[in-house]
Design a protein around this ligand. Sequence first.
Ligand code: PHE
Ligand code: NA
Length: 455
Amino acid sequence: VQGKTQAGASPALWSGRFAFIMAAVGSAVGLGNIWKFPYITGENGGGAFVLVYLACIAVIGLPIMMSEVMLGRRGGKSPIGAMAAAADGEGRSRGWAGIGIMATLAAFIILSFYSVIAGWTMPYIAEAFGGGFEGIAAEDSGALFGGLLASPGQLLLWHTVFMGLTVLVSAGGVRHGLERAVTWLMPALFVLLLILVGYAMTTGHFGAAVGFLFKPDFSSLTAESILVALGHAFFTLSLASGAMMAYGAYLKKDISIARTSVTVAVMDTGVALLAGLAIFPIVFAHGLEPGAGPGLIFVTLPVAFGQMPGGSFFATLFFVLLLFAAWTSSISMLESLVSYLNEKGVSRVKAAVGGGIAAWLVGITTVLSLNLWSDLTPLDMWAQFEGKTLFDIYDYLTANIMMPLGALLTALFVGWKMKPVHSAAELGRWHAVWFPVVRYLSPIAVLIVFYFNLS
Ligand code: PHE
Ligand code: NA
C-alpha cells in the first residue's frame, strides 16, 4: 500500500490533501512567525532583511520543502530511516542518512528552547484574562516581561507544562486530534492578526511600519543578517529538522507535493507579514526599540491590547492561539525523534516521554540563561558565538548552521545523487522547474551565504 512502511508500527496516512496541509501549516506556523520574525526583522534593520527573507523562502525554502516531503513520502519512514532508504534506493552511501540524524538533532535542540518561549504565553494568558493589560504603559509592560524572565521558577513551571502538552499529543500519535485542532486554529489566528493589523492602522504609525518592513535600505544589510534571513526561512518552514519529512511519510501518493508545499509556504509567509504589520506600528507609536530582541511582542502587544476596546478579551484569545500555534509546531519537532525510536522498536509512548524529558532537561539551561546564567557566554573564543548566552547559542547553532547545512546537503542529494526519474515520479510536471533550482540555485545560494559569513 502506498507510502506505508512494511515495519510493524505502520503509520496511518493523512486522510487527504487538506489534512496534510493543516498538519504542515500547523508545524510551520508558530513562534517563528509571530515571535521570531518581528524581532529579528527589528534587529536586522527591516526592509532589506525582509526582502532577502522572502527571496530565501521562494528560491531555497520552497524547493527544499518539496524535496523533504518527497523524501519522506518515498521512504515512508522517520527522517533518519527515510534518508537511509533514499540512499539505498539510489545506490549511494548510507552516510547520507547523516542528513536525517542532523535534522533530528536540530529539532531536538530547537524543541528544548522553543518550549521555554512557548511557556511565556501561559502567564500572558492569565494576565490578559485578569485585565492586567488594561491601559498598561510601555514601561510597565517592559517591567512585566522583565519580571517573568527574572524568575527561573516561573519559567521552569511553564516550560514544564508546555513540554508536557507536547508529549501528550506526541504519545497519542500526531494524527489524532491534530487535524481537527489545526483546522479551526489557523483561520482563528489569521482573523485575530487581521484585527490587530486593523488596530495598528489606527495608531497613526502604520505608514512608518510599512516603510520599515517593505522599503529596503541595503546599507543595513550585513553578511550575518543575510545568514539570519536564510536560517529563518528554514526555521519558519520547519525544514532541515525532519518535521516535513516525518509528515511527508504520512502523505498519500496521489497528492501533489508541489501544490501543497506552495500553499504551506504562502500561508506561513502571510502570517509572518501580518504579524510584522501588527507589531511595528505599535513599536513606533510608543517609541519602542525595533531591535529590542526576543521580548519584542511580549512588550509591545500588551500595550496595544490595553488600549483597544475589548482588549482583554482579544489579548486572551491572542495568547491562547499563540500557545496552540506553538504547540502544533513543537509536536512536529518531537516527531522526528519519536518516529525514529518507534521504528527501532520503542513504543510511541516511551519514545515521546523519553524524548520530551531529555529536551526538557536541556531546556532548563535556556531557562537559566535568561536570568542566573545571563552572563555565561561559554563560546566566546569563537567569533560567531561571542557574547552569546546558551539560549543564543542554541538558536544560532540550529538556525544559522545546522539548518542551512542540512538544507544544502538535501539539495545536493536530490539534485545530484538521486535519479531524476525518481524525483520526477514524485513531483510530476513541477519537476522541470524544481530540478534546476535544487541542483544549482539553492546549493550555490547557501554556499555563498556561508562563504561570506566565514570570511
Ligand atoms: N516552523 C516553526 C515556527 O515557525 C518552528 C519549527 C522549526 C517547527 C522546526 C518544526 C521544526 O514556529
Ligand atoms: Na513558521
